[in-house]
Design a protein around this ligand. Structure first.
Ligand SMILES: *[C@@H]1O[C@H](CO)[C@@H](O)[C@H](O)[C@H]1NC(C)=O
Length: 181
């Protein structure tokens, strides 16, 4: 292949990637979301962007290992949804569990999502020194959240606004380690 052909092909591939958008979201607008980290990993990042035409957000989750070489693999999904449409959400995993999956369904009447969350634990490890982050996004602004490497995500809070048809989000973070270090 000539250098020119290589250059043209490279440009095509690059522009296709740019056109498709760099973020490979875990849900489509108005569609169901179901995301689970690989076994032994927990959620370490959440990126989300609002779209005014769709009146919805798409989400991209990232996973990583838990601190202290923990392997949290005793997992539970919440029984039902953890929030009602157009209402505040205040979700905490059961004691010593870490967020390892998120699911949601879109309600087109309210243009809002209801969420279910998967939480996992490893016996012998516990959370401590938990706190709430500040709000991580303004109305209709992107959410770009990455937890510090030595912290774990154990809860998710949000408030809803009917005017913006959107949610502002904040997280619950904790320290994590063995019961007897
Ligand atoms: C929200 O907007 C205010 C005012 O512009 C700004 O000071 C603040 O940093 C924003 N917060 C976030 C999480 O983007």
């Amino acid at each position: 292949m000539s250098l020119t052909r290589v250059a043209v092909l490279t440009m095509l591939v690059v522009s296709a990637a740019v056109f498709a958008g760099a973020v490979d979201y875990d849900n489509d607008f108005a569609k169901q979301l179901k995301f689970e980290c690989p076994q032994d990993e927990v959620v370490t990042s959440v990126y989300s962007k609002f779209d005014g035409d769709a009146v919805d957000r798409r989400f991209k989750f990232g996973c990583g290992p838990a601190p202290g070489n923990a392997r949290p693999r005793q997992c539970v999904w919440t029984d039902g949804f953890v929030n009602k449409v157009e209402s505040a959400m205040a979700f905490m995993c059961p004691a010593n569990h870490l967020v390892a999956g998120v699911a949601s369904v879109y309600d087109s009447v309210s243009s809002d999502r209801r969420m279910k969350i998967k939480c996992c634990r490893q016996p012998g490890f516990r959370t401590n020194s938990c706190y709430f982050t500040e709000y991580l996004n303004n109305w209709t602004d992107p959410l770009d959240y990455t937890i510090a490497g030595n912290k774990v995500l154990t809860g998710w809070l949000s408030m809803h606004d009917n005017g913006h048809q959107d949610r502002r989000n904040r997280m619950v973070e904790c320290q994590y380690g063995p019961n007897k270090p």
